[in-house]
Write a protein that binds this ligand. Sequence first.
Ligand SMILES: Cc1cc2nc3c(=O)[nH]c(=O)nc-3n(C[C@H](O)[C@H](O)[C@H](O)COP(=O)(O)OP(=O)(O)OC[C@H]3O[C@@H](n4cnc5c(N)ncnc54)[C@H](O)[C@@H]3O)c2cc1C
Length: 266
Amino acid sequence: MPRHRLLRSALHGLLLQAAQDAGVTVALGSEVVSAHPEGTLILADGTRLSADLAVAADSVGSVIPDRLGIGGTVRRYDDGIIRRLADRRDLGPGWDKTLDIWLLGKSRLRALYSPCSPSQCYLCLMSAVSDDIGARIPLETDYWTDAFPMLAGVIRNGQDNARYDRYGRIDRVSWSKGRVAIVGDAAHAMPSSLGRSASAGLLTAVRLAEAVEEHGRIEDALAEWERTNRPDIEQVQAKATHVALARSLSRSEIPDFGKIEHEIQN
Ligand SMILES: Cc1cc2nc3c(=O)[nH]c(=O)nc-3n(C[C@H](O)[C@H](O)[C@H](O)COP(=O)(O)OP(=O)(O)OC[C@H]3O[C@@H](n4cnc5c(N)ncnc54)[C@H](O)[C@@H]3O)c2cc1C
């Protein structure tokens, strides 16, 4: 199956343009510290913003569901990933394809190389949380280049803003309260094993807009939105979790890649 990647900055640029064209004002650095069910957000500087519908899309560290009293389960798993972009222009021909390399010896590591523009590639370096060196930031370049010498050029040539994100999953008791909707990872984070969590968030956000357009009362729209979208999202979460646990680097057995690939396809 062909895979295509695009830079997040390109996607963000398109979304920003569309939002501004629709009359949205973007106020960077506006930290939300609390929310009220009547559709009010409270910022760190004390500003109160009220709307017909407030949308919380503040990701896995989201404070808003807790402030609203929306409980849920937050799970953390035993693997994590360092993601970074690197300059790939020195690699030469033959590097226009995605490579997914697993090292399953004494060290258990994974490197995913994927070109995402003529000059840049995406590098995903995976290790168990218990691997003190593999999970270390800033990146231990000697450790990673010893493991994946064929990628040494791009490992050494990467941007320095790398971070290690641990696999996790969030299941909320509800995706909304009153006039506040919880969207994206804040509502339904999942391991990145299928590469589908961002699209799940985008999809539910579009469906939220459609539901609000369709229903007169915001509360009705939110209830219908969750009822019709949640089962599909939970299915993707379950599959992503299953694949993440089956391939886990922190397990002592070698994953059955053929079986897992079959499960991903079906
Ligand atoms: C290692 C890894 C690999 C991944 N790979 C993929 C992949 O290949 N494909 C895919 O589809 N998904 C992938 N994902 C998942 C994807 O990154 C997320 O699903 C997606 O970014 C979630 O979007 P979001 O808008 O909910 O949150 P985010 O993109 O995290 O955005 C949340 C925003 O809210 C802001 N914020 C946080 N708190 C506050 C606050 N209190 N007040 C105001 N603003 C706040 C943050 O600064 C941030 O800008 C991956 C995730 C990880 C960790």
